[in-house]
Design a protein around this ligand. Structure first.
Ligand SMILES: Cc1cc2nc3c(=O)[nH]c(=O)nc-3n(C[C@H](O)[C@H](O)[C@H](O)COP(=O)(O)OP(=O)(O)OC[C@H]3O[C@@H](n4cnc5c(N)ncnc54)[C@H](O)[C@@H]3O)c2cc1C
Length: 556
């Protein structure tokens, strides 16, 4: 298949729209006019910029890349054009450098006012928002901005960091520490020992040695400290489809909203290579693309999003009508109500040495990062639900042969017919029913062989396979709720709607549960989105009751 032309070519006119005098006049009330003398750095990669700059006079040169001498020009903005991309929507550090060419006069619109533009000036806001998103896609495609990861390709820590940035839609560059000439020079220059790999060179100049996701996120400004004195109307735990839907509706209806996620936005849906049954997308859409839209939409309405931040404890104090969430990094969030949208996490195969190969050769999602490791090879995939089916369809076009190992007698009971039909049409996929993976062989985190066994005949087969994809279902993410008094069912799902409560209310007034984490929920994107949006009316009703009770107390 021919390489796709870059988005900078195909959608350039939308990426860099020209605003006319009428548009500029409408923007004036949202920002202030500033003058930048020739050569002024208006934006620096790694630093938070003042906002979007709508050019009135002069030119702004925008560049991406590493050393100053080798920075590539992306675009030159003249009058009617504007400087900025998605980072300025949330006030995060810039990904590019921008310099005034000649004296520049521009209207600078800070992030909070930019959100007002997007909401109050619907048509103009749409053009600006589209441009911001396309510019981010362009930066992701080019892979020249953001942090530089240097490490052994395929190592678990390298994959962990690459996955974290990819899943959070953050541009970055990966260099193989063993073969890339630039990586070799940098290792020498900074005397990096192999045990310190992977290292991350952050745009601000810091070097991180094998950082945690949280360290990396803080260094590149993806996540900021939470104001301990702020009392949010709604704190939402989980930025999957349910949590993001709740955030979009809550923030758009004026509630002070915070969303926390310990991993990335998108949840399980973000791991889906192609979602074909979500209403309104007849040609299908990748889960990451769908969830990135929701993530940007929530930010457009002013929802604060903190990733990666993990809720570890929920403290409820009925008398103060306020909740506290204790986070993994020691911070505390205060909120008037809490929405549990922590979804589910993948189940693991019951194989003794499984952990030896997790993170390198046993994968729980199939994205470009994993397929780079097994392109043209034989792989095994286990599972029989829709998530397994999607992964088979995605992987089949990249690998030589795919063995689909299924415990049940057929796919019909667990998978949608459209996926079954598609799998049947794939010549390099073989479905093995009544079969389970029973052994993994290899050493030093490198998988060499996979064994599977027929469940009726006990006949075993061993094949030279280096990568296994596992999609065998999920358990609720509720361990952290065990001591909070929130009712869970015997499998750990959150019980809602008991005692004539609202369908999405837990046993604790002011704590709601939506999406896959909820007992009895339908495990689908549309259902999670539906519940996330529905819960907001229950939140309004709860807050109104609280206010009335307070007013009554005050009157007594
Ligand atoms: C590979 C795959 C493909 C799929 N394909 C489809 C499909 O095509 N169509 C369809 O309708 N459905 C599909 N599904 C199912 C669908 O993705 C889920 O039903 C949906 O994502 C559930 O949304 P949710 O928001 O309730 O939970 P999740 O998506 O599970 O999101 C929960 C989020 O909460 C976060 N979290 C958990 N605990 C904490 C904590 N303590 N603190 C902070 N954050 C926390 C997690 O990191 C996660 O991001 C698929 C699922 C998978 C795995």
């Amino acid at each position: 298949m021919a390489d796709k032309p870059p988005i900078t070519e195909t959608r350039r006119h939308q990426m860099f729209p020209h605003l006319d005098d009428h548009d500029i006049a409408r923007l004036r009330r949202f920002g202030e006019v500033r003058i930048f003398p020739d050569g002024t750095p208006i934006m620096k990669a790694g630093e938070v910029a003042a906002g979007l700059a709508f050019v009135l006079k002069g030119k702004i040169d925008v560049r991406q890349g590493g050393a100053a001498s080798r920075r590539q020009s992306i675009v030159e903005h003249g009058p009617g054009s504007f400087l900025g991309e998605l980072a300025q929507l949330s006030g995060r550090p810039a990904l590019v450098d921008a310099t005034a060419v000649g004296e520049v006069e521009a209207i600078v619109v800070p992030p909070n006012r930019l959100r007002d533009v997007l909401v109050q000036e619907a048509e103009l806001g749409e053009r600006i928002m589209r441009a911001l998103i396309l510019r981010r896609v362009g930066l992701l495609e080019a892979g020249q901005t953001g942090p530089i990861l240097i490490g052994p390709f395929g190592s678990s820590d390298m994959l962990r960091l690459e996955n974290f940035l990819t899943r959070n839609g953050h541009p970055h560059r990966s260099l193989d520490s063993a073969t890339d000439p630039c990586a070799l020079t940098l290792q020498k220059q900074f005397t990096i020992q192999p045990e310190h790999l992977p290292i991350v060179l952050c745009p601000g100049g810091e070097i991180l040695r094998n950082p945690s996701e949280s360290e990396l996120a803080r260094c590149i400004g993806l996540v900021r400290p939470i104001d301990p004195d702020m009392i949010y109307d709604a704190a939402i735990v989980g930025a999957g489809p349910a949590g993001l839907a709740a955030a979009v509706y809550a923030a758009s209806e004026g509630l002070a909203t915070l969303v926390l996620d310990c991993r990335s936005f998108g949840g399980q849906a973000g791991a889906s290579s192609r979602i074909e049954n979500y209403l309104g997308f007849p040609t299908g859409i990748s889960g990451l693309a769908l969830m990135a839209r929701a993530y940007n939409q929530a930010q457009k309405f002013g929802a604060e999003i903190a990733i990666p931040d993990e809720a570890q404890l929920l403290v409820t104090d009925g008398n103060r009508a306020r909740f506290e969430l204790k986070l993994g990094n020691g911070e505390t969030v205060q909120a008037r109500c809490v929405v549990l949208a922590s979804g589910a996490r993948y189940r693991r195969l019951d194989i003794a040495n499984l952990s030896d190969f997790e993170g390198t050769c046993v994968h729980y999602w199939a994205s470009a990062v994993e397929t780079r490791l097994c392109a043209g090879q034989e792989v095994a995939l286990t599972g029989a639900g829709n998530s397994a089916g999607q992964a088979v369809v995605y992987l089949a076009s990249k690998v030589k042969k795919l063995w689909m190992v299924v415990r049940g007698g057929s796919l019909e009971a667990t998978m949608s017919q459209y996926l079954i039909d598609r799998i049947r049409g794939l010549p390099n996929v073989e479905v093995l029913t009544r079969t389970e993976i029973c052994g993994l062989e290899g050493a030093d985190a490198i998988l060499k062989r996979v064994r599977w066994k027929h469940r009726d005949t006990a006949e075993e087969t061993t094949r030279d396979i280096g990568h296994v994809f596992s999609f065998i279902g999920a358990d609720p993410n509720t361990d952290w709720l065990k001591d909070t008094g929130i009712h869970l069912d015997e499998k750990g799902f959150v019980v809602t709607g008991a005692d004539n409560n609202h369908l999405l209310s837990t046993n604790r007034d002011g704590v709601f549960a939506v999406g896959d984490v909820r007992c009895g929920s339908v495990k689908r994107v549309a259902a999670a989105v539906g519940e996330g949006s529905t819960v907001v009316s229950a939140i309004h009703a709860y807050l109104a009751r609280q206010r009335a009770a307070q007013d009554q107390k005050a009157a007594e």
